[in-house]
Design a protein around this ligand. Structure first.
Ligand code: THG
Length: 367
């Protein structure tokens, strides 16, 4: 098997040494970094997330920091969700689009007390995008990638583990709210958030030289609840209907097609990048939709879908963009990106490795 490893264009996380120590078995490139994606026991990783607490290195969720007199203006120009009422100390999930109305990222935006913004980004170069838009519009902003690396602590026991380190005040933190914190002098931000529906926190490390130390503090504190390593979990996120930008989207996908329409405010100013295109798309009628899909054969397959062709009566009607065997559904489940004329209950065929898998379209989320 060929190897891929850290180099100057494929950076490692401050938690790299810690994840190696935990026995990481696979990485995936994401934002020019290596993201741990397996520790070799997917059942245990899923079980910890569902019943205990899991510790994830998600430092690939890089921060794009925007500050200066025009910071709020720029952040609104590159977000198709209305940010006029954004609270200091509360994150917001925002679709970002290009001038065609095509989704280019779905960050969480954080507004700090001093008026500085962080875009906590998915896999795409938003640093370059934000700088280009700022320069073209002549805005007074400073944009950088700060030394900030999130670690997620997820699962029903995450609150107990995080409170054991930082105190009971974290229990009062509401969904998506964040606050500064410190442990042994390590500067942090703690937010109630994370890429799962099992609850938990994201701890943003603000000093990349102290990753191993922070990892070990959380690991130690989580022992009573059986804490262990994991990563944004492919099974749980499909069961919960969480979108993977770049995984479930292509170079034509708009937010309406992938269930993000509720985060699009079409009456935003014309200057907002993509908003005019989104109004046109909406007026003309959205052509595709994202639904769930269940394979009729409930047998467990190890592999997961990578844009498998989906046929109806022999004609291609879309793709299965992701898939996993769901312990809760006792079936192979996934997301389908299909024409707007398809409906829940439709029978389709998924073409997988030359085989034809009969399947049924269903609503999202699964749970
Ligand atoms: N946490 C942080 N940054 C991130 C991610 C994260 N950046 C990249 C990537 N993940 C962005 N994608 C998502 C996708 C979904 C959510 C957050 C980031 C999410 N969605 C909830 C939902 O869909 O139910 C809530 C959305 C809402 O209503 O506001 O949490 O995981 N820091």
């Amino acid at each position: 098997m060929a190897e891929i490893g850290p180099n100057t264009r494929l950076r490692v996380s401050p938690f790299y040494e810690a994840t190696i120590g935990e026995g990481v078995t696979a990485f995936s490139p994401y934002n020019a970094m290596l993201m741990p994606v397996s520790y070799g026991d997917p059942d245990a990783e899923y079980d910890r997330l569902m019943n205990g607490v899991a510790q994830w290195d998600v430092s690939v969720e890089r921060q794009v920091e925007i500050k200066g007199p025009d910071a709020a203006h720029l952040v609104q120009l590159i977000s198709v969700r209305d940010l006029s009422a954004i609270d200091v100390g509360k994150g917001k999930y925002i679709p970002m689009c290009d001038h065609r109305g095509v989704l280019i990222n779905d960050p969480v935006v954080l507004k700090h007390e001093d008026g500085t913004y962080w875009l906590s980004i998915g896999d795409n170069n938003i640093l370059m995008w934000a700088r280009a838009i700022a320069a073209e519009r002549g805005l007074k902003v400073e944009i950088c990638e700060p030394d900030v690396s999130p670690m997620a602590v997820q699962g029903p026991k995450a609150e107990d583990a995080v409170a054991a380190v930082f105190g009971d005040w974290v229990r009062a933190l509401k969904y998506f709210w964040f606050a500064p914190a410190e442990i042994n002098g390590i500067p942090l931000i703690i937010q109630r958030s994370g890429y799962s529906k099992q609850g938990g926190f994201e701890i943003y490390l603000r000093d990349g030289s102290r990753g191993t130390e922070l990892w070990n503090i959380i690991k130690e504190a989580g022992q009573p609840w059986g804490i262990g390593p994991g990563n944004p979990n492919p099974i749980e996120r499909i069961e919960s209907g969480l979108l993977s930008y770049g995984g479930d989207t292509d170079d034509k996908t708009n937010p309406f097609e992938v269930r993000l329409g509720k985060y699009v405010d079409l009456d935003l100013d014309d200057e907002v990048v993509g908003i005019k295109a989104l109004r046109r798309i909406k007026a003309e009628g959205v052509k595709r939709q994202q639904l769930g899909i269940v394979l009729d054969n409930s047998e467990r397959h190890p592999g997961h879908a990578i844009w498998y062709d989906m046929l109806k009566d022999g004609e291609r009607v879309g793709h299965m963009t992701c898939g996993a065997w769901s312990p809760r559904a006792h079936s192979m489940i996934g997301f389908a990106l299909v024409g707007a004329d398809r409906a829940v209950g439709d029978k389709v065929d998924v073409i997988r490795g030359g085989y034809r898998d009969p399947a049924t379209l269903c609503p999202l989320p699964f749970f």
